[in-house]
Design a protein around this ligand. Structure first.
Ligand SMILES: O=C(O)CCC(=O)C(=O)O
Ligand SMILES: [Fe+2]
Length: 405
């Protein structure tokens, strides 16, 4: 078992291993109290989503505890642990649900689950049911409506919230959609029905992927920054270019989600290094948001998503956003896109004043989701346990915006 600093799980702030260094992590704030009641009227729902959008714009993240059904998370997790078991990645004799690692095998060979390349697995029913849960569509619809409304009022002065009756789709979501039956609803959705946005941008999912020098399925990092040496499932948000990248996805309620799912089983010593998603995910889709979904309980020590609050908005981080953030990496196979493997090196490498970078994290529970935008500095802590960290990043954008790929 890897060693780390003394741990006091559950208490914040606490010192944890992050990348190749150690940092002190404070607690992320749970914003789920601002989630409106799905059955409340449109004005109440939009007020809740405006509040959530404000927090996201200011802090760069939303921790939404209990957004998704823990039962659905358990079903998705069981599908992955079955797969890991059948592929020989679980410790023999240990309860499957623990996702305990056969450490001898882990240390002696370099075989890894490579879930990023298993898009057909990510698209199996219990997984896709979770990754494209109607609650996520509902959440992103509310956030993007708030975003539109704020942008409009910045352009045109203060306005009533959602005065345009065509935008009052929140009613449709809460009254007409069977929330527990999302896949069936999605299959039945047809252009022109009430559940589907009438945007004319449906061709964007079919656009050709030009990432021809990168066939790694969207996530492995490159060797020059590979602190742990194997680059497996600890990687970046690199553009997908594989068999599933061109599966078209129907817009629903004016929202699209990328069919590529960044499904990960991350082993001991591994992590995703500090980065902004903007460097991976093309600015063609500038309002792209990510929902990071833990498939099970993930304490920080198992390798969970951490953010630097305000790094997306604060003037202090302007140099980071405009220099590093404006670069585009991951296509030429030479740069991993991480700022550093040790988060303590970020200030030195980017010219920020010392101690500017303060991390927040969480011990995630099944059903919790973390939403991040393109410009918030984030990474994952290092997995210091002997279990697989299983999670998925899913990407969302308004159906009228261009697809990032
Ligand atoms: O889960 C991970 O390892 C990386 C997550 C991430 O960087 C993201 O969701 O954008
Ligand atoms: Fe990321």
């Amino acid at each position: 078992m890897p060693t780390g600093p003394a741990l006091t799980p559950g208490l914040f702030p606490r010192s944890i291993k992050a990348g190749t260094g150690h940092v002190v992590v404070g607690p992320m704030q749970d914003s789920s109290m601002w989630l409106p009641d799905r059955h409340s009227d449109t004005a109440q729902q939009s007020a809740g989503f405006h509040r959530l959008f404000d927090i996201l714009s200011d802090q760069g993240y939303l921790l939404l505890r209990g957004l998704l059904s823990p039962t659905k998370v358990a079903a998705a997790r069981a599908r992955i642990t079955d797969h890991l078991d059948q592929s020989g990645f679980l410790k023999p004799g240990a309860p499957k649900d623990e996702a305990a690692i056969d450490m001898d095998r882990y240390r002696s060979d370099m075989l890894r689950p490579g879930l990023l390349e298993r898009q057909e697995l990510a698209h199996q029913e219990p997984l896709l049911d979770l990754f494209e849960d109607p609650r996520l569509y509902w959440l992103f619809q509310g956030l993007y409506l708030a975003w539109d409304s704020v942008a409009r009022s910045e352009r045109e002065g203060p306005e009533q919230i959602y005065p345009d009756p065509k935008r009052r789709r929140l009613d449709l979501v809460s009254e007409q959609e069977p929330f527990e039956d999302n896949r069936a609803a999605q299959r039945d959705a047809s252009p022109g029905s009430d559940n589907v946005n009438d945007s004319d941008s449906d061709d964007d999912a079919d656009e050709e992927c030009d990432d021809d020098d990168d066939d790694n399925g969207g996530g492995e990092r490159d060797d020059d920054d590979d602190a742990d040496g194997d680059g497996e499932d600890n990687g970046s948000c690199r553009a997908p270019c594989g068999p599933s990248a061109d599966i078209s996805t129907e817009p629903r309620w004016g929202i699209k989600t990328l069919p590529f799912k960044w499904l990960r089983a991350v082993g001991p010593d591994l992590f995703t290094g500090p980065h902004l998603d903007r460097v991976y995910l093309s600015s063609r889709s500038p309002r792209l948001l990510t929902a990071w979904i833990p498939l099970g309980a993930i304490a920080i020590e198992m390798g969970s998503l951490m953010v630097v609050p305000g790094s997306n908005s604060s003037p202090q981080f302007h140099p980071l956003r405009t220099n590093y953030g404006a670069s585009s990496v991951g296509k030429d196979g030479t740069a991993s896109g991480w700022i550093a493997s040790d988060p303590n090196e970020i200030e030195g490498k980017t010219g920020l004043p010392q101690d500017t970078v303060q991390w927040l994290g969480a011990d995630y529970q099944p059903g919790d989701v973390c939403i991040i935008g393109l410009d918030v500095l984030h990474m994952t802590s290092t997995n210091t346990t002997d279990r697989w960290r299983i999670s998925c990043d899913t990407r969302w954008f308004p159906a009228g915006d261009p697809s990032p790929f």
